[in-house]
Design a protein around this ligand. Structure first.
Ligand code: ATP
Ligand code: MG
Length: 344
C-alpha cells in the first residue's frame, strides 16, 4: 500500500470534524466533501462544498486524496460509484450497502446467525395492516433508509397506525433491560480491537448519555464484543464500526450497525489513549491500531439544543472534557456538543 497522507471524508458534521482533528494529530490531513455548510471543514485542510451529483467536484476531490472514508452513510450510490473508480473507499461498499437500508441490514445480521427484533418489510401503506397482524403490537415502523436520532419512526400501539410515507420495516417491540453498544475497529490486515461496551440511555429517540463501564456482567459484554467482531469480519470491514444492542433475558439482540465512528463512542476521547476517531483514521490509513484499553470510567452526555446554556458550568468542572461542534443555531433536538465526565 502506498503511504497515505491525505484522507477524504464524505460528510461535514461533528463526526467528520473530530476525525479531521484526530488525523491532524497523526500528521495527516483531511479534505471534507459536504453539500451544505461544513463544521468539519472549519478544522480541515480543504473543503469542497458541492452536491453529490456534481461529477467534476467529486472527481477533483478524489484526485486530491489517497483514500476516502465517510462520516455519513447515506451518500448516493452514483457518487460512490464514481469515487470508487478513482480511490479506495474504506469501510467498503458492502458495509455501506448493508447499513444504508434497515431491511438489508436485518437480513444480513440474521444470515450470519445474529438475532434481530422480529421484522416485516412494508413497501407501502397497503401492506401495513398485514405486517401488523404478523409482527403484533406494540411495534415500531421505521423507514428503511435515511433514519437517524429516531427520525422516520412511528410507534404502533393500540390505536390506528400512522404511515411513515416511505418503504419501511415494521419491528416488534423489544422489551430490553438495557441498551449497550460496542465500538470496534478492524484494520486492513484483519486485526480487530474493541472498546469496552457502553450503556446508552435515549430520550425522545436521541442518545442522551453513554456510561462506561456499562454495568453488565462479563458474559454479556464478552458476547457483545464477539458479535461486533463477527459483523466486522463478515463484512471484511476496515475502520471503526458501531453496533447497537438490546440486552434481554434471552440474550443480545442487534438493533442496528453504523459503518463509522459513533456517538456512543465519544467517551473514548477521555477514557482511552487512542480514541475512536484516531482508531478509525489509523485503520483507513493502514496504520497499526491502538489496543482499545480503557484507563478511566466515563459518562458521556450529549449537549442538545438549549443544553448549550450549561457550558459555563461545565467549563468549571475539573473532570469534564468539553467538546463543542461550532454549530450556530441551538435548535431543539440538535446535537451541539458533548461532555465527557471522568467519574473514576
Ligand atoms: P440513532 O441515530 O440514535 O441510532 P435511529 O434513528 O437509527 O437512532 P434506532 O436506533 O433504530 O433509530 O432507534 C432509536 C431508539 O429507539 C433505540 O435506541 C431504542 O431506544 C428505541 N428502539 C428502536 N427499535 C426498537 C425496538 N424494536 N424495540 C424497542 N425499542 C426500540
Ligand atoms: Mg440507533
Amino acid at each position: 500500500m502506498t503511504e497515505i497522507r491525505t484522507i477524504g471524508i464524505l460528510g461535514g458534521g461533528q463526526l467528520g470534524r473530530m476525525l479531521s482533528v484526530a488525523a491532524s494529530r497523526l500528521g495527516l490531513r483531511c479534505h471534507i466533501y459536504e453539500p451544505g455548510h461544513s463544521i468539519a471543514g472549519d478544522v480541515a485542510w480543504q473543503v469542497t462544498q458541492a452536491p453529490y451529483e456534481d461529477e467534476a467536484a467529486l472527481r477533483a476531490f478524489a484526485e486530491s486524496v489517497d483514500v476516502i472514508t465517510y462520516e455519513f452513510e447515506n451518500v448516493p450510490t452514483s457518487a460512490l460509484d464514481l469515487l470508487e473508480s478513482l480511490r479506495p473507499i474504506r469501510p467498503n461498499r458492502r458495509a455501506l450497502a448493508v447499513s444504508q437500508d434497515r431491511l438489508t441490514e436485518k437480513t444480513f445480521l440474521q444470515q450470519i446467525g445474529l438475532r434481530t427484533a422480529p421484522f416485516a418489510n412494508v413497501e407501502d401503506e397497503g401492506e401495513l395492516a398485514a405486517a401488523i397482524d404478523r409482527i403484533g403490537r406494540p411495534s415500531i415502523l421505521k423507514t428503511r433508509r435515511m433514519g437517524y436520532d429516531g427520525k422516520g419512526q412511528v410507534r404502533i400501539g393500540d390505536g390506528p397506525a400512522e404511515w411513515t410515507g416511505a418503504p419501511s420495516v415494521l419491528e416488534g417491540f423489544v422489551d430490553f433491560s438495557a441498551e449497550i453498544s460496542v465500538i470496534i475497529a478492524r484494520g486492513a490486515d484483519g486485526q480487530v480491537a474493541a472498546f469496552d461496551p457502553g450503556l446508552n440511555v435515549h430520550e425522545g429517540g436521541i442518545l442522551r448519555t453513554t456510561t462506561i463501564p456499562c454495568g453488565q456482567p462479563a458474559s454479556v459484554t464478552t458476547d457483545a464484543v464477539l458479535m461486533a467482531a463477527q459483523i466486522a469480519n463478515a463484512l471484511d470491514y476496515v475502520g471503526v464500526l458501531g453496533v447497537e444492542l438490546f440486552v434481554t433475558p434471552d440474550g443480545l439482540i442487534v438493533n442496528e450497525i453504523a459503518p463509522r465512528v459513533h456517538n456512543s463512542g465519544h467517551w473514548t476521547q477521555a477514557g482511552c489513549a487512542v480514541d475512536q476517531f484516531e482508531q478509525h483514521i489509523r485503520a483507513v490509513a493502514g496504520l497499526p491500531l491502538g489496543d482499545g484499553k480503557r484507563h478511566a470510567d466515563v459518562v458521556m452526555e450529549n449537549l442538545i439544543g438549549d443544553d448549550l446554556d450549561r457550558v459555563p458550568a461545565l467549563l468549571a468542572e475539573p473532570k469534564v472534557q468539553l467538546h463543542l461542534y461550532g454549530k450556530g443555531d441551538p435548535r431543539p433536538g440538535r446535537k451541539m456538543g458533548h461532555a465527557n465526565r471522568i467519574t473514576q
